[in-house]
Design a protein around this ligand. Structure first.
Ligand code: SF4
Length: 304
Protein backbone atom coordinates (compact mmCIF):
# COMPACT_ATOMS: atom_id res chain seq x y z
CA UNK A 1 0.00 0.00 0.00
CA UNK A 2 2.93 2.34 0.62
CA UNK A 3 5.71 3.04 -1.83
CA UNK A 4 8.60 5.43 -1.43
CA UNK A 5 10.69 6.13 -4.55
CA UNK A 6 12.05 9.50 -3.46
CA UNK A 7 12.84 10.95 -0.05
CA UNK A 8 10.05 13.14 1.35
CA UNK A 9 7.17 11.49 -0.49
CA UNK A 10 5.19 8.29 0.06
CA UNK A 11 2.76 7.01 -2.57
CA UNK A 12 -0.37 5.46 -1.09
CA UNK A 13 -2.23 2.88 -3.18
CA UNK A 14 -5.59 1.77 -1.81
CA UNK A 15 -6.37 -0.51 -4.75
CA UNK A 16 -5.17 -3.80 -6.18
CA UNK A 17 -5.27 -4.99 -9.77
CA UNK A 18 -4.67 -2.57 -12.61
CA UNK A 19 -6.28 0.58 -13.95
CA UNK A 20 -9.10 0.41 -16.52
CA UNK A 21 -8.40 3.90 -17.89
CA UNK A 22 -5.80 2.39 -20.27
CA UNK A 23 -3.94 5.61 -21.07
CA UNK A 24 -1.49 4.69 -23.79
CA UNK A 25 1.55 6.26 -22.13
CA UNK A 26 0.97 4.74 -18.70
CA UNK A 27 3.20 2.24 -16.90
CA UNK A 28 0.28 0.79 -14.89
CA UNK A 29 -1.17 -2.45 -16.22
CA UNK A 30 -4.63 -2.17 -17.78
CA UNK A 31 -7.26 -4.03 -15.78
CA UNK A 32 -10.00 -3.71 -13.21
CA UNK A 33 -9.02 -2.15 -9.90
CA UNK A 34 -10.28 -3.38 -6.52
CA UNK A 35 -10.35 -1.36 -3.33
CA UNK A 36 -8.40 -2.78 -0.42
CA UNK A 37 -10.47 -3.72 2.63
CA UNK A 38 -11.76 -1.23 5.19
CA UNK A 39 -9.40 -2.81 7.72
CA UNK A 40 -6.43 -2.12 5.47
CA UNK A 41 -7.54 1.48 5.00
CA UNK A 42 -7.92 1.83 8.78
CA UNK A 43 -4.37 0.55 9.18
CA UNK A 44 -2.86 3.43 7.14
CA UNK A 45 -1.80 5.63 10.10
CA UNK A 46 -0.07 2.68 11.75
CA UNK A 47 1.63 1.63 8.53
CA UNK A 48 2.84 5.17 7.91
CA UNK A 49 4.17 5.60 11.44
CA UNK A 50 6.08 2.34 11.06
CA UNK A 51 7.56 3.37 7.69
CA UNK A 52 11.24 4.28 7.96
CA UNK A 53 10.88 7.30 5.60
CA UNK A 54 7.78 8.79 7.20
CA UNK A 55 7.67 12.10 9.07
CA UNK A 56 4.30 13.34 10.38
CA UNK A 57 2.89 16.85 10.32
CA UNK A 58 2.54 19.79 7.91
CA UNK A 59 6.31 19.84 7.28
CA UNK A 60 6.45 16.08 7.06
CA UNK A 61 6.20 13.57 4.23
CA UNK A 62 4.05 14.37 1.20
CA UNK A 63 1.37 11.68 0.85
CA UNK A 64 0.41 11.07 -2.78
CA UNK A 65 -2.78 9.32 -3.92
CA UNK A 66 -3.86 8.44 -7.44
CA UNK A 67 -0.63 7.35 -9.12
CA UNK A 68 -1.60 3.72 -9.74
CA UNK A 69 -5.30 4.19 -10.44
CA UNK A 70 -7.84 7.00 -10.59
CA UNK A 71 -9.73 7.28 -7.31
CA UNK A 72 -12.43 9.59 -8.70
CA UNK A 73 -13.33 7.12 -11.47
CA UNK A 74 -16.36 5.69 -9.65
CA UNK A 75 -18.40 6.60 -6.55
CA UNK A 76 -17.12 3.42 -4.88
CA UNK A 77 -13.48 4.36 -5.39
CA UNK A 78 -14.14 7.94 -4.26
CA UNK A 79 -15.78 6.58 -1.09
CA UNK A 80 -12.62 4.51 -0.45
CA UNK A 81 -10.44 7.57 -0.99
CA UNK A 82 -12.57 9.61 1.42
CA UNK A 83 -12.29 6.83 4.03
CA UNK A 84 -8.51 6.84 3.57
CA UNK A 85 -8.39 10.64 3.86
CA UNK A 86 -10.40 10.35 7.08
CA UNK A 87 -7.53 8.24 8.42
CA UNK A 88 -4.53 10.20 7.15
CA UNK A 89 -5.62 13.86 7.27
CA UNK A 90 -5.44 13.72 11.07
CA UNK A 91 -1.68 13.04 10.80
CA UNK A 92 -1.38 16.58 9.44
CA UNK A 93 0.75 15.75 6.39
CA UNK A 94 0.43 17.52 3.04
CA UNK A 95 -1.62 15.40 0.62
CA UNK A 96 -1.68 15.28 -3.18
CA UNK A 97 -4.42 13.59 -5.21
CA UNK A 98 -4.16 13.24 -8.99
CA UNK A 99 -7.10 12.48 -11.26
CA UNK A 100 -8.32 12.55 -14.86
CA UNK A 101 -11.93 12.29 -13.75
CA UNK A 102 -14.39 14.93 -12.64
CA UNK A 103 -14.41 15.73 -8.93
CA UNK A 104 -18.07 15.82 -7.90
CA UNK A 105 -19.34 18.45 -5.48
CA UNK A 106 -20.27 15.91 -2.84
CA UNK A 107 -16.71 14.53 -2.84
CA UNK A 108 -15.12 17.98 -2.74
CA UNK A 109 -17.36 18.89 0.16
CA UNK A 110 -16.33 15.78 2.15
CA UNK A 111 -12.64 16.32 1.42
CA UNK A 112 -12.89 19.96 2.48
CA UNK A 113 -14.46 18.94 5.78
CA UNK A 114 -11.71 16.41 6.53
CA UNK A 115 -8.79 18.82 6.17
CA UNK A 116 -6.87 19.94 9.22
CA UNK A 117 -5.77 23.13 7.46
CA UNK A 118 -6.95 24.76 4.24
CA UNK A 119 -4.06 23.81 1.98
CA UNK A 120 -3.60 20.28 3.33
CA UNK A 121 -5.10 18.58 0.26
CA UNK A 122 -4.13 19.69 -3.25
CA UNK A 123 -5.94 18.14 -6.22
CA UNK A 124 -4.14 17.77 -9.55
CA UNK A 125 -6.26 17.53 -12.70
CA UNK A 126 -4.11 15.61 -15.18
CA UNK A 127 -4.06 15.90 -18.94
CA UNK A 128 -1.27 15.04 -21.39
CA UNK A 129 -3.02 16.29 -24.50
CA UNK A 130 -6.26 18.12 -25.19
CA UNK A 131 -6.59 17.73 -28.95
CA UNK A 132 -5.62 14.05 -28.93
CA UNK A 133 -7.07 12.97 -25.59
CA UNK A 134 -9.47 10.47 -27.14
CA UNK A 135 -6.47 8.65 -28.62
CA UNK A 136 -4.02 8.79 -25.71
CA UNK A 137 -6.50 8.73 -22.81
CA UNK A 138 -9.37 6.77 -24.41
CA UNK A 139 -11.27 5.70 -21.30
CA UNK A 140 -11.22 8.94 -19.37
CA UNK A 141 -13.65 11.86 -19.54
CA UNK A 142 -12.91 14.53 -22.19
CA UNK A 143 -10.49 17.18 -20.85
CA UNK A 144 -13.15 19.90 -20.89
CA UNK A 145 -15.23 17.82 -18.50
CA UNK A 146 -12.25 17.24 -16.17
CA UNK A 147 -11.50 20.97 -16.16
CA UNK A 148 -14.98 21.61 -14.68
CA UNK A 149 -13.40 20.37 -11.45
CA UNK A 150 -11.38 23.58 -11.10
CA UNK A 151 -14.56 25.58 -10.45
CA UNK A 152 -15.91 22.96 -8.03
CA UNK A 153 -12.65 22.85 -6.08
CA UNK A 154 -12.50 26.63 -5.91
CA UNK A 155 -16.01 26.68 -4.41
CA UNK A 156 -14.73 24.47 -1.58
CA UNK A 157 -11.40 26.32 -1.29
CA UNK A 158 -9.45 23.22 -2.19
CA UNK A 159 -6.25 24.23 -4.03
CA UNK A 160 -5.95 22.78 -7.53
CA UNK A 161 -3.30 22.34 -10.18
CA UNK A 162 -3.45 21.76 -13.93
CA UNK A 163 -1.07 18.80 -14.24
CA UNK A 164 0.20 18.56 -17.81
CA UNK A 165 1.59 15.06 -17.44
CA UNK A 166 3.29 13.32 -19.00
CA UNK A 167 4.79 15.73 -21.49
CA UNK A 168 4.71 13.69 -24.71
CA UNK A 169 7.17 15.17 -27.20
CA UNK A 170 5.44 16.07 -30.45
CA UNK A 171 1.98 15.74 -28.89
CA UNK A 172 1.66 17.81 -25.72
CA UNK A 173 3.59 20.74 -27.20
CA UNK A 174 1.06 21.10 -30.03
CA UNK A 175 -1.55 22.13 -27.46
CA UNK A 176 0.47 24.89 -25.80
CA UNK A 177 -2.01 27.65 -26.66
CA UNK A 178 -4.99 25.51 -25.62
CA UNK A 179 -3.40 24.73 -22.25
CA UNK A 180 -2.69 28.44 -21.78
CA UNK A 181 -6.34 29.17 -22.49
CA UNK A 182 -7.41 26.56 -19.93
CA UNK A 183 -5.30 28.26 -17.24
CA UNK A 184 -6.70 31.68 -18.15
CA UNK A 185 -10.33 30.62 -18.20
CA UNK A 186 -10.53 27.81 -15.60
CA UNK A 187 -8.10 29.44 -13.17
CA UNK A 188 -6.37 26.56 -11.39
CA UNK A 189 -4.13 27.70 -8.53
CA UNK A 190 -1.03 26.28 -10.21
CA UNK A 191 0.26 24.64 -13.36
CA UNK A 192 2.80 21.84 -13.47
CA UNK A 193 4.38 20.09 -16.45
CA UNK A 194 5.35 16.54 -15.63
CA UNK A 195 8.06 14.11 -16.59
CA UNK A 196 7.48 11.19 -18.95
CA UNK A 197 8.57 7.76 -17.70
CA UNK A 198 9.15 5.61 -20.75
CA UNK A 199 9.71 1.88 -20.81
CA UNK A 200 10.28 -0.21 -23.96
CA UNK A 201 6.61 -1.33 -24.18
CA UNK A 202 5.43 2.29 -23.92
CA UNK A 203 7.91 3.39 -26.60
CA UNK A 204 6.43 0.73 -28.88
CA UNK A 205 2.83 1.52 -27.96
CA UNK A 206 2.90 5.24 -28.64
CA UNK A 207 5.58 5.26 -31.34
CA UNK A 208 7.57 8.02 -29.69
CA UNK A 209 10.75 8.98 -31.51
CA UNK A 210 13.79 7.22 -30.07
CA UNK A 211 15.67 10.51 -30.36
CA UNK A 212 14.06 11.74 -27.14
CA UNK A 213 15.39 8.72 -25.24
CA UNK A 214 18.99 9.66 -25.79
CA UNK A 215 18.32 12.89 -23.89
CA UNK A 216 16.81 11.27 -20.84
CA UNK A 217 18.66 9.43 -18.06
CA UNK A 218 17.44 6.07 -16.78
CA UNK A 219 15.33 6.28 -13.63
CA UNK A 220 17.50 5.15 -10.70
CA UNK A 221 14.66 3.54 -8.76
CA UNK A 222 12.30 2.24 -11.42
CA UNK A 223 12.72 -0.80 -13.68
CA UNK A 224 16.07 -0.59 -15.42
CA UNK A 225 14.42 -0.05 -18.80
CA UNK A 226 12.68 3.15 -17.72
CA UNK A 227 13.86 6.43 -19.23
CA UNK A 228 13.12 9.78 -17.67
CA UNK A 229 12.20 12.29 -20.38
CA UNK A 230 11.86 15.85 -19.16
CA UNK A 231 9.46 18.38 -20.75
CA UNK A 232 10.90 20.47 -23.57
CA UNK A 233 12.22 23.85 -22.48
CA UNK A 234 10.46 25.49 -25.44
CA UNK A 235 7.06 24.33 -24.20
CA UNK A 236 7.71 25.55 -20.65
CA UNK A 237 8.92 28.89 -22.01
CA UNK A 238 5.75 29.39 -24.02
CA UNK A 239 3.66 28.85 -20.88
CA UNK A 240 5.89 31.12 -18.79
CA UNK A 241 5.69 33.95 -21.31
CA UNK A 242 1.90 33.70 -21.62
CA UNK A 243 1.31 33.28 -17.86
CA UNK A 244 3.77 35.72 -16.25
CA UNK A 245 1.82 35.82 -12.99
CA UNK A 246 2.32 32.08 -12.38
CA UNK A 247 5.26 29.77 -11.82
CA UNK A 248 5.21 26.85 -14.25
CA UNK A 249 6.28 24.03 -11.96
CA UNK A 250 8.14 20.91 -13.03
CA UNK A 251 7.60 18.85 -9.93
CA UNK A 252 4.29 18.21 -8.17
CA UNK A 253 5.85 18.31 -4.68
CA UNK A 254 6.88 21.91 -5.43
CA UNK A 255 3.27 22.83 -6.18
CA UNK A 256 2.12 21.55 -2.81
CA UNK A 257 5.03 23.25 -1.03
CA UNK A 258 4.41 26.59 -2.75
CA UNK A 259 0.67 26.56 -1.99
CA UNK A 260 1.49 25.85 1.66
CA UNK A 261 4.36 28.32 1.90
CA UNK A 262 6.55 25.46 3.10
CA UNK A 263 9.86 24.10 1.85
CA UNK A 264 9.60 21.39 -0.76
CA UNK A 265 9.29 18.04 1.09
CA UNK A 266 11.32 16.22 -1.56
CA UNK A 267 14.07 18.86 -1.38
CA UNK A 268 13.89 19.56 -5.11
CA UNK A 269 16.02 22.73 -4.87
CA UNK A 270 18.85 20.60 -3.47
CA UNK A 271 18.35 17.19 -5.05
CA UNK A 272 17.05 18.18 -8.51
CA UNK A 273 18.05 21.84 -9.00
CA UNK A 274 17.20 21.67 -12.72
CA UNK A 275 13.53 21.25 -11.73
CA UNK A 276 13.50 24.13 -9.25
CA UNK A 277 11.78 27.24 -10.61
CA UNK A 278 12.76 29.41 -7.63
CA UNK A 279 9.17 30.11 -6.59
CA UNK A 280 10.28 30.85 -3.03
CA UNK A 281 13.38 30.57 -0.83
CA UNK A 282 13.12 26.88 0.08
CA UNK A 283 16.59 26.78 1.57
CA UNK A 284 15.71 29.53 4.06
CA UNK A 285 12.35 27.90 4.85
CA UNK A 286 14.16 24.61 5.42
CA UNK A 287 16.76 26.14 7.72
CA UNK A 288 14.00 27.85 9.72
CA UNK A 289 12.54 24.53 10.79
CA UNK A 290 15.66 22.44 10.93
CA UNK A 291 16.15 20.36 13.02
CA UNK A 292 12.37 19.86 13.11
CA UNK A 293 12.46 16.72 10.94
CA UNK A 294 14.88 15.07 13.34
CA UNK A 295 12.81 16.14 16.33
CA UNK A 296 9.64 14.92 14.66
CA UNK A 297 11.33 11.63 13.98
CA UNK A 298 12.08 11.21 17.66
CA UNK A 299 8.59 12.29 18.63
CA UNK A 300 7.08 9.73 16.26
CA UNK A 301 9.10 6.92 17.74
CA UNK A 302 7.15 7.25 20.96
CA UNK A 303 3.74 7.36 19.32
CA UNK A 304 1.46 4.49 18.41
S1 SF4 B 1 11.83 27.04 -4.63
FE1 SF4 B 1 12.26 25.35 -6.05
S2 SF4 B 1 12.29 23.51 -4.74
FE2 SF4 B 1 11.24 25.11 -3.61
S3 SF4 B 1 9.07 24.76 -4.03
FE3 SF4 B 1 9.83 26.34 -5.47
S4 SF4 B 1 10.40 25.17 -7.27
FE4 SF4 B 1 10.26 23.69 -5.61
Amino acid sequence: MLQCTEPGRIFIDITRGGCPCACRYCFVETGKEFLVTDEEIASLPGRLSAHSSYLPGPRGTLLTFGSNCDLFRTPGLAAGLIRALGEVTRLGNPIQISTKHRVRRVWASRIASLRKFKTQVVIFISCATISRASHYEPRTPPPEERFDSFGVLRDYEIPSCLFIKPFIPGVTDRDASTFINVVRTRKPDAVCVGTFYLSEPIVERIKVSRDVLSEGPKHPLMKDSTWVVRPERRFINSLEVALPQMSVFQNSACVVAYLQGAYCPTLVWRNFPALCVGCQDCDALYKEVIPAPALLDKATAGQE
